[in-house]
Design a protein. Structure first.
Length: 254
C-alpha cells in the first residue's frame, strides 16, 4: 500500500537553550500566537543540567505536536545546539531563534508573503524591536510590508553602514544552509556572521524593513557581554578569509 510522503512544514524554528528557563516559555508562546500555522519548532537543551529547563521543555513538547525537543550532553556551545536542530529540521526555511527573543504575531505570515513575492530567496532578514528583561511580549504595531533587495549578502554588507542583525532575524532556505554544513564547530562567538559570510553570494538577499518581525531582548545574561569570545571569533573569521573559505574572491573580501 502506497503512503503519502510526510508533510514538510514551511518553517523550522530552532531554539537552543542553556541553563535558564526564564525566557523561553515566552519565546514558545510567541510561536503559538502566529497567524501563519505551518511551522515546527525544535528546542535543543545544550547540556543545561537544570531540572526546571527539562520540565519546561517537556511541558512545551507535550502541549503542541509541532514542538520537538533534543538534548546535548555535555554542554557543547550554541553552534553545536543549532546544528543538532538543523539535523532534525524538516522545514523548507530555517529560523534560528534565540531562547530569549520573540516573534510578533504576524512574523511568519509576513515572511511567507515576501518569500512568495520574491521567488524563494535563500537568505532574508527581518527588522527588530528591543524587548526588556521582564517583557513577555514584543511591543510593535502591525504595518504594511516593505523590502529591500540586494545582489547578495556581500552587496548588502558593502552598501549598508549599520548592517548587523541578530540570528533571530535571519531566515534561510534549509538546502542552502546544509550545502555549507551549517554553523562552525567552534564555541566562540561570530558563528552567525561566519555563516552569513559563507552564504555571501546566494542571490537576491532580501531585507524586510517593515513590519517589525522579531523582538531582541536585552538583559544581563545576553551574548553581547561576551567580548573575549567575540574577539576570538573575529580572529577565526580573519583566518578563514585569508584561507579563502568565504565566497566572492578578493574583489569582494571584507
Amino acid at each position: 500500500m502506497l503512503r503519502n510522503p510526510p508533510r514538510v512544514p514551511r518553517f523550522s524554528i530552532i531554539i537552543p537553550i542553556y541553563k535558564s528557563a526564564r525566557f523561553f516559555p515566552w519565546t514558545v508562546a510567541s510561536l503559538r500566537e502566529q497567524e501563519f500555522h505551518d511551522w515546527e519548532a525544535i528546542l535543543v537543551d545544550d547540556g543545561s543540567d537544570n531540572e526546571e529547563v527539562t520540565a519546561r521543555m517537556r511541558e512545551a513538547e507535550d502541549s503542541d505536536p509541532r514542538l520537538r525537543t533534543a538534548a546535548l550532553v555535555p554542554n557543547q556551545g550554541v553552534s553545536a545546539a543549532r546544528n543538532r536542530g538543523l539535523e532534525m529540521a524538516t522545514g523548507e526555511y530555517l529560523i534560528f531563534l534565540d531562547s530569549d527573543d520573540l516573534l510578533l504575531p504576524w512574523t511568519l505570515a509576513t515572511i511567507e508573503s515576501v518569500i512568495r513575492q520574491e521567488n524563494n530567496p535563500a537568505f532574508l532578514i527581518g527588522n527588530s524591536v528591543l524587548v526588556g528583561p521582564d517583557d513577555p511580549v514584543a511591543m510593535a504595531e502591525p504595518a504594511g510590508t516593505s523590502v529591500e533587495i540586494y545582489q547578495d549578502y556581500l552587496d548588502y554588507r558593502a552598501r549598508v553602514k549599520f548592517w548587523w542583525f541578530n540570528p533571530s532575524g535571519a531566515i534561510m532556505r534549509a538546502d542552502a544552509v546544509r550545502s555549507i554544513n551549517g554553523f562552525w564547530g567552534s564555541r566562540e562567538l561570530c558563528e552567525d556572521i561566519d555563516l552569513w559570510q559563507r552564504l555571501g553570494t546566494e542571490p537576491r538577499f532580501t531585507r524586510i524593513t517593515s513590519p517589525v518581525t522579531y523582538g531582541y531582548r536585552l538583559h544581563d545574561g545576553g551574548a553581547h557581554h561576551g567580548f573575549l569570545t567575540l574577539y576570538k571569533g573575529l580572529n577565526l573569521m580573519v583566518r578563514a578569509e585569508k584561507d579563502g573559505i568565504y565566497p566572492g574572491g578578493k574583489s569582494r573580501s571584507r
